[in-house]
Design a protein around this ligand. Structure first.
Ligand code: PRP
Ligand code: URA
Length: 252
């Protein structure tokens, strides 16, 4: 392929940055409605993936990724993105009829009718909470504390105060980064054992590896993100990603 075409494809984010000019492009990525990095090879296991196509999400995500974005702006962008993604992720929340009286007449409307629980995975999931709660002010919040072991990349649980019986019908798991998928899978395991069977995942960036792993473990869980990125690097970070979400949020 001509160098100018490759440069253009890179600029449009239609091919991953790790494809060099000398690399044979036998299986070029095909842009689908969800993410530009989906190839014939990695599209398996993506049936439940919903990548936002909203222009404001794309705009804000680009600012978020920028290494020059300061912590305060980063947190504000995370809050705004969470709100926009929550709007998309709650399109199938059940409603029931409700009638109110306006100053003019009776109006037959609706009320959201499911008990929703938000489950932020600490720490970075906390950043998504504020934006989501602006849309869903009357929900329960149940924190799960997990960190990823740096060597094994496996999640280690350090906080869980769920009561013995489930108190909600739907859970929305909040975590900005779906990398290997280990943290999300472990959290959803916990929620299913708790007795919640309707679960959604809401995040900012996903790697194909994480989407596939989560889909394998929990094919019923829809994954709502702002973008599907190219791949994980050798230490489990999303590329191009945004770096360590918790560190950028909290300035550590
Ligand atoms: C990050 C992120 C996810 C996890 C994703 O948390 O917020 O929880 O990594 O990786 P995985 O898909 O491979 O499990 P981290 O462990 O860095 O903890 P933190 O939120 O305290 O920074
Ligand atoms: N956790 C992060 O914060 N960033 C990554 O890229 C992967 C896991």
């Amino acid at each position: 392929m001509k160098k100018s075409i490759l440069l253009w494809l890179r600029w449009k984010h239609l091919i991953p940055e790790n494809i060099s000019f000398d690399t044979p492009t036998a299986a070029p990525p095909i842009p689908l409605s969800y993410g530009a990095f989906v190839t014939q090879e990695n599209r398996a296991g993506m049936d439940n993936l919903f990548v936002s196509s909203h222009p404001l999400v794309k705009h804000k995500l680009t600012l978020l990724r920028d290494v020059g974005t300061d912590h305060r702006t980063f947190r504000e962008l995370v809050r705004e993105l969470a709100l926009l993604l929550c709007y998309e992720a709650t399109q199938d929340i059940k409603i029931s009829p409700k009638t109110v009286t306006t100053p003019m007449a009776e109006a037959h409307g609706s009320k959201a009718d499911e008990k929703i629980g938000l489950v932020p995975i600490m720490r970075a999931g906390m950043g998504l909470l504020e934006g989501v709660m602006e849309l869903l002010p009357d929900v329960q919040v149940w924190h799960i504390g997990l960190y990823r072991d740096e060597k094994t990349l496996r999640p280690v649980q350090y906080y869980n105060k769920l009561p013995t019986e489930a108190t909600v019908q739907v859970c929305i798991v909040l975590d900005p980064m779906l990398a290997t998928g280990g943290s999300a899978t472990a959290t959803i395991d916990i929620l299913k054992q708790w007795g919640v069977m309707r679960i959604k995942y809401l995040g900012l960036l996903a790697a194909p590896e994480g989407v596939a792993a989560l889909h394998k473990a929990h094919p019923d869980v829809p994954v709502h993100v702002a973008e599907l990125d190219s791949h994980l690097n050798e230490i489990g970070y999303i590329i191009p990603g945004l770096g360590d979400a918790g560190d950028r949020m909290f300035g550590t």
